[in-house]
Design a protein around this ligand. Structure first.
Ligand code: FES
Ligand SMILES: [Fe+2]
Length: 349
């Protein structure tokens, strides 16, 4: 199940250049490249002649992509402009082109109806290029359905078990005050852990010597955008009342783009507002969080394998699933709405 009429992150900006890059997005093969002036282009990555990925080909001049197999050429709109050995270009010799926008150091793509591709709908990730924040974006390939990543980020009790060596400890499960609420478009899960020991990574990053007040405010925007406001301050200094001083405050930024039903392009970054222009601080934080995220990827892969062995095997829900369950309900509703709109549009034609 894919929701199509949304902007998704397709790539980190530096991944796209003059060498064509092929990537499957929402089950469709897409080739990315830049024209000589740096404009990003996204076309269907499937030659209409014999279906070779055009990403195996090369750029000729500014914006013409030549297929590696028999040399058909396509311009930036996807129109075939040359067939070697013949003058006539078949009318159907073209590939689809996709709207793309570069924002927040990411390249965003619209896979649905291009008429609906409103750039204002791109979810806010300004922390990635805000000079008041340090951040290093990264890409992980997750061998799982994209909604497993949503579930994971909306239930942070898993930190106590999956990430006990980095960002987790038992205080997160046993001593958290949790609130789950609907926002105008999604879900927010707010967790406060008051007067508890800091986890190992927080001690390394924040230098805490005593107990802390820790917050995790998780904002979910469908289909698969999850932004976490996380941090800790020495206990009793007033963070729950809004005085975040003497500790660390970060944003954990996640954008999951389905590749197929069972694989996901996982774009993420950790942004920090303390010591924001010190690359060594950014790197130290990045390495701590990346260690944790690789632990998650192992979990996703193992879950997906079991799901594929028997998709109907029964599961149970516990209290901690509340945010994830609500997110899945929203996705189901939006998917039904999108399908109904498609049927109505077809009927009107
Ligand atoms: S497959 Fe592309 S030119 Fe033949
Ligand atoms: Fe995790």
């Amino acid at each position: 199940m894919f929701l199509k009429n949304y902007w998704y992150v397709a790539a980190m900006d530096h991944e796209i250049g003059r060498k064509p890059l092929g990537r499957i997005i929402l089950g469709e093969p897409v080739v990315f490249f830049r024209t000589e002036d740096g404009t990003p282009i996204a076309l269907e990555d499937r030659c209409p002649h014999r279906r070779l990925p055009l990403s195996m080909g090369k750029l000729i001049g500014d914006d013409v992509l030549q297929c590696h197999y028999h040399g058909l050429r396509f311009d930036r709109t996807g129109q075939c402009v040359r067939v070697p050995g013949q003058d006539m270009i078949p009318k159907t010799a073209k590939v689809k082109s996709y709207p793309v926008v570069e924002r927040y150091k990411w390249l965003w793509i619209w896979m649905g109806d291009p008429a609906l591709a409103d750039q204002d709908k791109i979810v806010d990730y300004h922390w990635l290029d805000d000079p008041n924040w340090g951040a290093r974006p990264d890409y992980l390939y997750a061998q799982c359905n994209w909604q497993l990543v949503n579930d994971n980020l909306l239930d942070l009790t898993h930190l106590a078990f999956v990430h006990e060596t980095t960002i987790g400890n038992m205080a997160l499960v046993e001593h958290a005050a949790v609130k789950v609420e609907r926002t105008p478009v999604g879900v927010r899960v707010t967790r406060w852990i008051i007067d508890q020991p800091a986890p190992p990574a927080f001690v390394k990053i924040g230098g805490f010597t005593g107990n802390v007040d820790r917050w995790q405010i998780i904002d979910y925007t469908p289909p698969s955008f999850i932004r976490l406001d996380v941090g800790a301050t020495p206990t009793g200094t007033g963070a729950p009342e809004g005085r975040r001083v003497g500790g660390i405050s970060m944003r954990n930024l996640n954008a999951m783009t389905p590749e197929t039903e069972s694989t996901t392009h996982y774009f993420w970054a950790q942004a920090h507002d303390f010591d924001p222009r010190n690359p060594a601080t950014t790197e130290k934080i990045f390495q701590q969080i990346k260690t944790a995220f690789l632990q998650d990827v192992d979990v996703f892969t193992a879950q997906q394998k079991n799901i594929e062995l028997d998709p109907e095997a029964p599961t149970i829900d516990i209290n901690a699933d509340s945010g994830g369950i609500q997110a899945r309900r929203i996705v189901d509703r939006l998917w039904k709405e999108e399908q109904a709109a498609k049927v109505a549009a077809t009927a009107a034609e």
